[in-house]
Structures are given as structure tokens and as C-alpha cells.
Design a protein around this ligand. Structure first.
Ligand SMILES: C[S@@+](CC[C@H](N)C(=O)[O-])C[C@H]1O[C@@H](n2cnc3c(N)ncnc32)[C@H](O)[C@@H]1O
Length: 395
């Protein structure tokens, strides 16, 4: 039965996932106990081998297809795909309300069709096609096999859905910032092209864009939360005149052994909306405490705890605004691939601080009492030694 409210959609999605044999397990221990019941140690070893091959392969295509073929075994599906239970819940419930009566819909990289079959159930009047390049996944989904890297789409679609299908290259760090002191990326077209080529994103987006009708829309949800990946990903979408129809929506869900910050979900259209939404290339607000140096005087800490510690991007602003800053030692290091790392320690009025920053958006600021300054000096020394040993490894 198609649903109207978000609660109804989620309730239906629970039923749907149960129909696929998936379980919503409350704890990691319960999950692993189930996995042990289902798989032999040899099967688990083969699975981990495939995961590793997919992660490290230089040409990921063959390793990726082999991995998805292996997991698309009906006996394995419930125990393996239950790892993604909350992912399905979050993504499925967000995608369903965006169909807006689209007559023809494509779910590209649909896998074994867990979400595709849910969309079909929720929107019985639309023609929904799922395509994937993993033959075993498609056999299970009983839809069509197609590798969008190799072939254009046959036909045109009013809505194309791509969830975890376009930017799989998880090992690709993305695009570094221009320097350790900024989050900005250069607008170098060649660097962007290289990113699109090595991740396979460019050709996939071109194919999907060409398969959209005149008023077509796209729903895209990929692992692009880190700024270094988000920026070139967004630039690739914008360059194909895919316009934002709603602010991108970040999504958080639990998977086995971790809390995952994923997405964002992009709702895109060929036709721009009346009021243009700008592509945001700034770090996400991180909720770290802002720094009031005067207030540090009354802070009481225990053991080795610093007076202030910030490992988020807002550490940059806190560092820039440090009152009476005096740098004692600093080092800036450049890797041959253009990545940059900076570390410094010094005095901020009566206090001592250590600041580290790199061109992959990592920032860290620690402030301590003067009596603890030696600890920061030691950390700083370790960073310098680490930089030196990396230099030696290369030479
Ligand atoms: C992580 S699964 C995601 C499945 C589903 N979209 C979901 O959200 O659960 C990624 C799928 O994308 C498929 N895929 C990756 N690249 C593809 C390509 N170039 N053409 C077609 N399918 C592709 C893989 O075979 C795999 O089944």
C-alpha cells in the first residue's frame, strides 16, 4: 500500500525489509552472533578478502563486480544486507516522497533491488527500471544488467535515482584545498577532470544526464560528506547543469560498529528553480565549543586534560582569533602530490597552544596552562619527526 506520511513510509519500509529477510538488530554483538550462525569461517574469510580487494584495487571495476556478485547470494542476503538496515530506512524514506508522480523512473546501480522494489510498491503507477552491472545482483533483482560506464542508457527518464552507486571509490581522498590555511579548492579544470576520471564519476553523470527528460530530476546520495570529496562531487553535478531544487540533506545512521555520517541527499533538476540555491563549499557547522581565552582562566581540569581542545574545522577560526599569539616553533611540509601540513606551538597570552592543519581539512587546536607547555612541545616534536621520517621513506 502506498503511504503518505513519513511514519507510514517508515513502517512500510520495516515490513519491506522484513520481507527481504533483513533484521533490525539492536546490538553489534547480536549481529555478529547471527553472522556466525549463517557463515562458515571460510565464507567470512572470502568475504573479507573481497572487501579488501575492492578497497585496494587500482582498477576497481572487476573487484567491485566480484564483491557484489558474491554478496548477491540469496542465502547471504539477510545476514549481510542487515548491516545496511538503517541506511535503507533513512535513504528509502527520503527518496519516496520525491517521486512527484514521475511516470518513468530509473534506479541506477540498484544492487539486488531492496530499495527499488520498495519504490515500486510505493509508486505502483510509475514505470520503474533498475539497472546494475553486477550480474548476480540483477539475477536476484530480476531486472536489467547495464554498466553505465560502458553503455549509454536506453530511453529517457523523468527521475533518476542514484544511491551509493556513482562515487564508490571510497579510497579516493578527493581534492585537497589550495593550502593548509584554507578550505578553498582551486578551480583548476584539469584537477577536476582527473578526479572525475579516476573515480569514474564523469562518464556516469554524462550518461545519466543524457538520459533525463526535458524536465527531468535526479536524486543523488553518495559518500561525499567530507569536504574534499563533496566539493569536486558538487562541481561535477553543477557542470552538467543539474540545479539544486532543495538544500542538500546530510544523513546520519547506525551501521554495524559505527555511526555513519553520509550523503548528503541532493535533489536536482534540469530546469533551475525560480530562486537559485547556491552550492555551498564551506565545512559543515561542527558544534565544537568556541574559544574564550579569558574564560580559560577559571577552567579547572583533571589529570592531563587540556583547557581547550577542538578537532573540528572551527578550530581554524579559534586559532585565528587566539589573543596575543606568539609562535615559538612551526613547520610546514609539502608532499610531492601537493598536499600540505602545518604544525606550530607557541604562547597565547599566559597559555600555551598547539595548532595543526592540513590540506585535507583536518584542524586541531589544543590550549593548556603554562605548566603543561612541555607536553605540547613533545607532541610538536613527534609531528616533526613523523614528517622527517616520511621524507626519508620517499628518498
Ligand atoms: C552499494 S550498492 C548500492 C545499491 C543500491 N543503490 C542501494 O542504495 O542500496 C552499489 C551498486 O552500484 C552498482 N554499480 C556501481 N557502478 C556501476 C555502474 N557503472 N553501472 C551500473 N551499476 C553500477 C554496483 O554493482 C552495486 O550493485
Amino acid at each position: 500500500m502506498p503511504c503518505d506520511t513519513n511514519d507510514e513510509i517508515r513502517a512500510s519500509l520495516h515490513d519491506h525489509l522484513a520481507w527481504w529477510g533483513l533484521r533490525h538488530l539492536e546490538s553489534d554483538a547480536a549481529y555478529f552472533a547471527w553472522q556466525k550462525e549463517v557463515f562458515t569461517p571460510q565464507e567470512l574469510a572470502a568475504l573479507h578478502q573481497h572487501i579488501e580487494a575492492k578497497r585496494t584495487a587500482t582498477d576497481g571495476r572487476a573487484a567491485e563486480i566480484a564483491f557484489y556478485d558474491l554478496t548477491a547470494n540469496p542465502r547471504s542476503v539477510p545476514a549481510l544486507y542487515s548491516q545496511r538496515y538503517e541506511y535503507y530506512l533513512q535513504v528509502g524514506s527520503r527518496v519516496v516522497p520525491h517521486f512527484n508522480g514521475a511516470p518513468s523512473v530509473l534506479d541506477v546501480g540498484c544492487g539486488i533491488g531492496i530499495l527499488t522494489t520498495f519504490y515500486a510498491q510505493q509508486h505502483p503507477d510509475c514505470t520503474l527500471l533498475g539497472v546494475d552491472r553486477s550480474p548476480a545482483s540483477i539475477t536476484l533483482a530480476r531486472q536489467r544488467t547495464l554498466d553505465v560506464d560502458a553503455q549509454p542508457l536506453a530511453g529517457q527518464f523523468d527521475l533518476v535515482i542514484a544511491t551509493h552507486a556513482l562515487l564508490q571509490a571510497e579510497q579516493d581522498p578527493g581534492l585537497p584545498s589550495r593550502d593548509w590555511s584554507t578550505f578553498e579548492r582551486s578551480a583548476d579544470a584539469q584537477v577536476q577532470q582527473e578526479f572525475e576520471q579516476r573515480t569514474g564519476l564523469g562518464v556516469r553523470l554524462d550518461r545519466l544526464r543524457a538520459g533525463l527528460t526535458r524536465y527531468g530530476r535526479m536524486l543523488v546520495f553518495e559518500k561525499a560528506r567530507q569536504l574534499a570529496r563533496r566539493i569536486p562531487f558538487q562541481r561535477a553535478l553543477a557542470a552538467r547543469h543539474l540545479h539544486l531544487l532543495a538544500p542538500p540533506e546530510p544523513v546520519r545512521y547506525r551501521s554495524v560498529e559505527e555511526l555513519t555520517d553520509d550523503g548528503p541527499l541532493y535533489v536536482l533538476g534540469v530546469v533551475p528553480p525560480p530562486e537559485t540555491l547556491v552550492w555551498n563549499e564551506l565545512p559543515e557547522p561542527d558544534g565544537a565549543a568556541s574559544l574564550d581565552v579569558e574564560a580559560l582562566r577559571s577552567v579547572r581540569t583533571q589529570g592531563d586534560e587540556p583547557l581547550y581542545e577542538n578537532h573540528e574545522s572551527s578550530a581554524e577560526l579559534a586559532w585565528m582569533n587566539l589573543a596575543s599569539k606568539h609562535v615559538v616553533e612551526q613547520v610546514t611540509h609539502g608532499e610531492p602530490d601537493g598536499r600540505r601540513l602545518h604544525a606550530e606551538w607557541g604562547r597565547a597570552g599566559d597559555f600555551r597552544y598547539l595548532y595543526c592543519a592540513n590540506s585535507f581539512d583536518q584542524r586541531q587546536l589544543v590550549v593548556v596552562e603554562p605548566a603543561r607547555g612541555a607536553i605540547l612541545k613533545t607532541y610538536y616534536g613527534e609531528i616533526v619527526r613523523d614528517i622527517q621520517s616520511r621524507g626519508k621513506e620517499r628518498s
